[in-house]
Design a protein around this ligand. Structure first.
Ligand code: ZN
Ligand code: ZN
Length: 64
């Protein structure tokens, strides 16, 4: 059973997310910040809609 991948807005102040992986150019429809759907450090998929850090390596997913 595969875990759901989420795409999160990288802006800390913005709570936007959607299910499914985003492509590299996709931006938040609310604030135009890039979306992140996998860890920039290790490539682990984002599987929580409330994640701020990578579940595997701890790298920061959201901007400060
Ligand atoms: Zn946003
Ligand atoms: Zn990671």
């Amino acid at each position: 059973m595969a875990a759901t991948t989420y795409s999160l807005c990288r802006a800390n102040y913005c709570g936007y997310y959607r299910e499914g992986a985003a492509d590299a150019e996709e931006r938040c429809p609310s604030c135009r910040t890039r979306l992140v759907s996998k860890c920039p450090s290790c490539g682990e998929a984002v599987t929580s809609n409330a994640a701020r850090n990578c579940a595997k390596c701890g790298a920061v997913l959201k901007d400060r």
